[in-house]
Design a protein around this ligand. Structure first.
Ligand SMILES: C[S@@+](CC[C@H](N)C(=O)[O-])C[C@H]1O[C@@H](n2cnc3c(N)ncnc32)[C@H](O)[C@@H]1O
Length: 269
């Protein structure tokens, strides 16, 4: 795939890895029908303090943004391409007259409306979660809070679920048996270690990539953040494109791909 050089922040041609520093909604560098798999976690709209991006727009605007980027992503994916979308179940802050926001339900509905076909949902249980501070009415039925220590990984496809051609997955029997069970238990990533306020662990894109793509396929993360999806691509011999609006995070992603993706010995660097 040939891309114009304009917005390319970092590229390792020998591995087919590219970081684009741009707004995913504005981007024109990625050809339509060229992506095999999208793995991403979009901004959650829960007032996370990103370097430049505002994560506290109104819920209505957030759903409008969701509609726009899901429509664009659908154009870029191949007819037998898939998407693994990591999103929260609920939004527990900011209750409105209509109640709390069921983020998962709303995003799945929009994805289907813009043309994505729903396949399945994997529930990711962060085994080590210990962030709980609010119980509502303690030991009373007056107004207790329910908090599920889980995130969703929703799997969609464009036109057909069965891929048109066969290839090498590189997945082991043990991994296949464990990961096709739709409850995944593994720890989250340390924000401090990575230098980003909302990273997912490499384990998440690793599982999605090995289950849903072949070696040599092209994976896109339209909200690259600290570069986790491209680290997984580097380790699993997939081509990878990451788009990130914030230059500081592009820089973190570049450093992580070189270090954690084991590509520092590449002749082209
Ligand atoms: C939830 S984070 C992704 C974290 C990533 N999965 C990781 O492991 O580091 C969402 C990212 O999307 C970026 N972002 C927000 N709006 C964007 C846009 N329109 N285009 C590209 N990136 C955007 C934010 O700067 C943020 O880094």
């Amino acid at each position: 795939m040939k891309m114009s050089e304009e917005k390319i922040f970092f590229e390792v041609s020998s591995k087919g890895l590219t970081i684009i520093n741009d707004d995913f909604l504005a981007i024109t560098l990625i050809p339509e029908n060229s992506i095999d798999l999208i793995v991403t976690s979009p901004p959650y709209n829960v007032d996370i303090h990103y370097n430049s991006f505002k994560d506290n727009i109104s819920y209505g605007k957030y759903l409008g943004f969701t509609r726009e980027w899901l429509t664009k992503a659908l154009k870029l994916i191949k007819p037998d391409g898939r998407m693994c979308l990591n999103i929260p179940l609920d939004k527990s802050k900011g209750r409105t007259e209509a109640g709390f926001q069921s983020v998962y339900v709303d995003i799945v509905k929009i994805a289907k409306e813009v043309g994505w076909k729903y396949f399945s949902t994997i529930i990711w249980h962060e085994g080590n979660i210990s962030r709980r501070t609010a119980w509502g009415s303690w030991l009373s039925a007056k107004a207790p809070y329910i908090i599920a220590p889980v995130e969703m990984i929703v799997v969609f496809y464009k036109k057909r679920w069965s891929k048109l051609e066969n290839g090498i997955s590189g997945i082991t029997k043990g991994e296949f048996m464990e990961w096709t069970n739709g409850v995944w238990v593994f720890s989250g990533e340390s924000r401090k270690k990575v230098g980003h306020p909302a990273p997912f662990p490499v384990e998440l894109p690793k599982r999605c990539i090995k289950l849903f793509s072949f070696v040599g396929d092209t994976v896109l993360d339209p909200f690259l953040g600290s570069g986790t999806t491209l680290v997984a691509c580097a380790l699993l011999d997939r081509r990878g494109i990451g788009v990130e609006i914030d230059r500081k995070y592009c820089d973190i992603a570049k450093r992580r791909i070189i270090k954690e993706g084991n590509i520092f010995q590449s002749k082209l660097l």
